[in-house]
Design a protein around this ligand. Structure first.
Ligand code: ADP
Ligand code: MG
Length: 226
């Protein structure tokens, strides 16, 4: 599904160049559940942003379902991103003035889906997320765990094949974090969605079928469960 070949991403910070990603080679098969771990600043978010087509590498190739993404223009990338990839962030990134329902509905509206179909789809998502009774609430009126579930709903709205989560439990208490992880894992198991989660938490990371460890922009360990 995914092949990264010789990917590098450098940032210029004042005088100092920072190597956020250095010669990354990585193959990911459809349906995998991968935890990305490593110290702060090791390049985990940069890797996720590249995988999510939110950022372009400086060099190397990123093949997504056989397409070399370097060949695509901004508009084609945006289309691919909206159809194939869902993103969940540590700090939720919900639109504050929209309700839970409207936040989840947003990508469907942008895709031009008809209102009746949209409503059905959002109802089903809210139900699956156990958020039906919170549909009209704004993010500020929801708990952290509920906000992250809304964000997962928004990420899942377009039925992506790839779900990327950057420290999704980082702002949650352990109970809500557990719920959110269980939800992500259910999506992986039941819908076959490819799940890549960045986490600091060794215990959470150990639940994934494959652990990738990063340090200084490089993959220093790539281990699959037997
Ligand atoms: P992690 O998610 O593992 O904490 P990041 O991928 O966020 O690490 O960052 C990797 C390195 O790249 C860090 O040294 C960070 O400071 C640098 N970096 C990331 N994004 C930017 C940016 N937009 N501009 C400058 N430096 C950046
Ligand atoms: Mg990060």
């Amino acid at each position: 599904m995914i092949a990264l070949q010789g990917i590098t991403r450098h940032f210029q910070l004042g005088e100092q160049p920072v190597c956020a990603l250095e010669q990354i080679n990585l193959t990911i098969t459809s349906g995998e559940y991968i935890a990305v771990m490593g110290p702060s600043g090791s390049g985990k978010s940069t890797l996720l942003n590249v995988l999510g087509l939110l950022d372009r590498p400086d060099s190397g190739h990123y093949l997504l379902d056989g397409t070399d993404t370097a060949q695509l223009g901004e508009r084609e990338l945006a289309t691919l991103r909206s159809r194939r990839i869902g993103f969940v962030f540590q700090s939720f990134h919900l639109v504050p003035r929209l309700s839970a329902r409207e936040n989840i509905e947003l990508p469907l509206m942008l895709s031009g889906m008809a209102p009746a179909l949209r409503r059905q789809r959002v109802d089903a998502l809210l139900e699956g997320l156990a958020l039906s009774n919170r549909a009209g609430h704004k993010p500020a009126e929801l708990s952290g765990g509920q906000r992250q579930r809304v964000a997962i709903g928004r990420a899942m709205a377009m039925s992506p094949a790839l779900l990327l989560a950057d420290e999704p439990t980082g702002n949650l208490d352990s109970h809500s974090g557990e719920e959110v992880m269980a939800l992500l894992e259910t999506l992986n198991r039941q819908q076959g969605i490819t799940l890549i989660v960045v986490t600091h938490d060794e215990r959470l990371g150990a639940r994934a079928g494959r652990q990738i460890r990063m340090n200084d922009g490089r993959i220093v360990q790539d281990r699959s469960a037997p």
